[in-house]
Design a protein. Structure first.
Length: 144
């Protein structure tokens, strides 16, 4: 009950972006762990403690740019979303449009095989993140 009261005070704009950050970077960290496991098997680099800490800290790790090499990139996307939302009043359409505008930039900076990120991982995570975001926030999105 108390949790619902707190959630009701947060605007749909921030609910969408907080969920985006949590889900996107969590999914990306899972794909990175799977990639490391497939490439190396169980090695010193991939201990259970490291897996758990990566999953629990995935949002913070992602915000600082350790996954894709561009720190705080998500802030650019949020700013674009805010600007677009002023023109397009539908929050979810402006959210998707801001992703379509900004994420190709990150895909240009990520070269396949370099660092942790990859174009395919980014696209897969975005598709699942948008779908989960819509499912969870659909009541508030549809009443707008």
């Amino acid at each position: 009950m108390y949790f619902k009261k707190i959630l009701s005070k947060i605007s749909i704009f921030w609910k969408i972006w907080i969920l985006h950050i949590l889900v996107y970077f969590f999914l990306l960290s899972i794909l990175i762990i799977v990639q490391d496991f497939n490439a190396n098997g169980v090695t010193q680099r991939m201990t259970a403690t490291k897996i758990i800490s990566t999953l629990l800290g995935s949002s913070l790790i992602g915000l600082f740019g350790f996954f894709d090499g561009i720190g705080f990139f998500i802030m650019i996307t949020i700013i674009f979303n805010y600007i677009i939302q002023k023109k397009i009043k539908n929050i979810f359409k402006s959210y998707i449009l801001s992703l379509i505008i900004t994420y190709p930039i990150i895909i240009l900076f990520i070269r396949e095989g370099s660092g942790y990120g990859s174009n395919l991982k980014t696209i897969i995570c975005l598709i699942f993140t948008v779908a989960i975001n819509y499912i969870i926030n659909r009541k508030e999105i549809n009443t707008e």
